[in-house]
Design a protein around this ligand. Structure first.
Ligand code: RB5
Length: 150
């Protein structure tokens, strides 16, 4: 898959680790920055670049890193077709894809450590939407809200 990765200053410390993890799994990376640490940068700028890449099909999934993951998820979910969530536990990182077709994972680098962030990344990228009738029905309802398709 092609994975869009973004980070503001709050997520910057985790950036290289996550990029290496994604590459190590054999995926291609669309790196939207930040390329240097800038304490004054704003998470929506990176979250929108990640979300737009996913919504426009330039990336299959996205991973956004910020301080808490919260702001990134809020911003990314403004983009039609994006289903973003903060996940700081392994169950949600996998189930969020299998049941809910989450396509952008948001991680707070100030909340969890590198090892867990790597594990979440692995689970998020290896999971697939199950396609089960009830999950598909729910996904259709979510998509209908913004007119998007999966
Ligand atoms: C940046 O200081 C911080 O507010 C941001 O990275 C993030 O936590 C937003 O959700």
């Amino acid at each position: 898959m092609r994975i869009a990765v973004g980070a503001d200053h709050g997520g910057f410390a985790l950036r290289e680790t996550i990029i290496e993890t994604i590459s190590g799994l054999g995926h291609d990376i669309l790196d939207v920055g930040a390329f240097v640490l800038d304490e004054k940068d704003d998470y929506p700028d990176y979250a929108f670049m990640v979300a737009d890449a996913v919504a426009e099909g330039r990336a299959d999934r996205g991973i956004m890193l910020c301080g808490s993951g919260v702001g990134a998820a809020i911003a990314a979910n403004k983009v039609a077709g994006v289903r973003a969530s903060v996940c700081h536990d392994t169950y949600s990182a996998q189930q969020g894809v299998e049941h809910d077709a989450m396509n952008v994972l948001c991680i707070g680098a100030r909340v969890i450590g590198d090892d867990l962030a790597e594990e979440l990344t692995r689970l998020f990228l290896s999971a697939e939407f199950s396609g089960d009738v009830r999950y598909a029905r729910r996904l259709n309802k979510v998509n209908a809200r913004d007119g998007s398709r999966d």
